[in-house]
Ligand binder design. Structure first.
Ligand code: H2U
Ligand code: ZN
Length: 348
C-alpha cells in the first residue's frame, strides 16, 4: 500500500477553534456533476431603487422612513429576533426540558447609500466607514449591561438568504454568548493558558511560514483558507496583532481591515465572475466586562458556491448526520483564489 499523502488520500482535519473534525476526500474532486444547476441572476442595479427598503428616504417594511443618508446608515431591525424588554424566566424541568429567556438588540447597517454597490465594488475609504460603524456599535452595545456578546455579520446574495441586494449587514447582540463564539472562547482560553500566546497568533505565524493557504496580506491583516475549511472557498481574515475586539484596532489597522475586506471579496467576485455570495462575520471577545486576553479578533467567510457561478455545495446527507466533508482541498482552493486578479472583473 502507498504512503499516506494528504493531497490524495481521504483524511480528517481538526478545527482547533471549535474542536470539530472535518472529512477531506481529495480523490473525489474529479467526479462528474449531474445535480442542480441554478440560473445566475444579472446583478446590474440602479444606484437608487424606489422600491428598496434600505435606500435613502424610502419607507421600510415596518412603516418607518429612512433619512436621506449619505454613506452608512444604522437602524434597529424592524423585525428583531431579540428584544430588550422581554421578561426574564427559566424552564428547568429536569435535564431534558431546559429553556432560558434571552434578551438583546438587533441592528441593520446600510454600508452605502448607493444601491448598486457591494463591498468589493466600494472604495477602501468607504469600507473604512463601515469598519468605523462596527467599532462604534460594538463599543455602544458592549457598554450596555444587558449585552454580553455582539455578533456583527453580513449575508450577501439571495442564495445565502439575503433579503435585499442593497449593501448591508447586521448586528445581533445578546444577553448570553451564542454557541459558535462560546466554543471558540473555550478553545482559545485553553490554548492561551497552556502556551501564553493566542491560538490564532501562533496559527497565523505558522501559515505565513508555510504560505500554502495565504491569499492576501497587508501590513496588519492576513486573509487565508483555514487548514480546516469546510465550505469549498471558506476563508478567514485574521489580525496580525492579537486584539480582543475591533475597538482596540489602531487607525491604521482599521484602514488595513477595510483594505483586506475589499481585496478578499474582489478575489471572490473574480472566481466565477459573479457577485459572490457568502455569510461573513466577526468573532471577538464577549462584552460582559471581563478581560479576554486569549481572544483574537478574526472574520469568517462561509460562501456556498462550489464549482461554478451556479453550482452550490449542500451540507446534506453525511454532513448533516455525521461530519462535514469537502472534496477540493483547502490548499487547492487557496491556490485558485490566490491566482486570481486583484482587479475586479467589472472594472477591467
Ligand atoms: P438580510 O441581511 O438577511 O438581508 O436581512 C435584512 C434584515 O433587515 C432582516 O433581519 C430587516 C429584516 O428583519 N428589515 C428591517 O428591519 N426593516 C425592513 O423594512 C425590511 C427588512
Ligand atoms: Zn437600495
Amino acid at each position: 500500500m502507498s504512503k499516506f499523502n494528504i493531497e490524495e488520500h481521504p483524511h480528517k482535519r481538526l478545527n482547533p477553534l471549535t474542536g470539530d473534525w472535518i472529512l477531506v476526500s481529495p480523490h473525489r474532486a474529479k467526479r462528474p456533476w449531474q445535480g442542480q444547476v441554478e440560473k445566475t441572476v444579472s446583478d446590474e442595479r440602479p444606484s437608487y431603487d424606489p422600491t428598496c427598503y434600505l435606500c435613502a428616504g424610502n419607507e421600510r417594511a415596518g412603516g418607518k422612513f429612512n433619512p436621506p443618508y449619505k454613506g452608512t446608515f444604522t437602524f434597529t431591525n424592524d423585525f428583531s429576533a431579540l428584544l430588550t424588554d422581554s421578561p426574564y424566566g427559566i424552564v428547568d424541568e429536569g435535564n431534558l426540558f431546559q429553556a432560558k429567556s434571552e434578551t438583546g438588540i438587533c441592528k441593520v447597517i446600510c454600508f452605502s447609500d448607493n444601491h448598486s454597490l457591494t463591498i468589493p465594488e466600494m472604495e477602501v475609504e468607504d469600507i473604512r466607514k463601515v469598519v468605523d460603524v462596527w467599532c462604534n456599535e460594538y463599543a455602544e452595545l458592549a457598554a450596555n449591561e444587558m449585552i454580553n456578546y455582539v455578533q456583527i455579520f453580513e449575508n450577501k446574495g439571495a442564495i445565502m438568504g439575503c433579503s435585499n441586494p442593497h449593501p448591508h449587514g447586521q448586528i445581533w447582540s445578546s444577553s448570553s454568548v451564542p454557541s459558535e463564539p462560546e466554543k471558540e472562547s473555550k478553545t482559545q482560553k485553553e490554548y492561551f493558558e497552556k502556551h501564553g500566546t493566542t491560538l490564532l497568533g501562533d496559527y497565523l505565524k505558522a501559515e505565513l511560514a508555510k504560505k500554502d493557504r495565504i491569499l492576501v496580506e497587508n501590513e496588519c491583516f492576513v486573509a487565508l483558507v483555514p487548514y480546516w475549511a469546510v465550505w469549498p472557498f471558506e476563508t478567514m481574515i485574521i489580525s496580525k496583532r492579537p486584539v480582543q475586539n475591533i475597538t482596540l484596532l489602531t487607525d491604521a489597522e482599521r484602514t488595513a481591515f477595510a483594505d483586506i475586506y475589499q481585496k478578499l471579496t474582489i478575489k471572490y467576485d473574480n472566481l466565477f465572475e459573479v457577485s459572490f455570495a457568502y455569510s461573513a462575520g466577526l468573532h471577538q471577545a464577549p462584552t460582559d466586562g471581563k478581560d479576554y486576553p486569549e481572544w483574537h479578533l478574526h472574520m469568517h467567510f462561509y460562501p456556498p458556491l462550489l464549482r461554478s457561478a451556479s453550482v452550490k455545495k449542500f451540507m446534506v446527507g453525511y454532513e448533516m448526520l455525521a461530519t462535514p466533508q469537502r472534496d477540493i482541498t483547502a490548499e487547492q482552493a487557496a491556490q485558485r483564489l490566490r491566482d486570481l486578479s486583484d482587479v475586479h472583473y467589472k472594472s477591467k
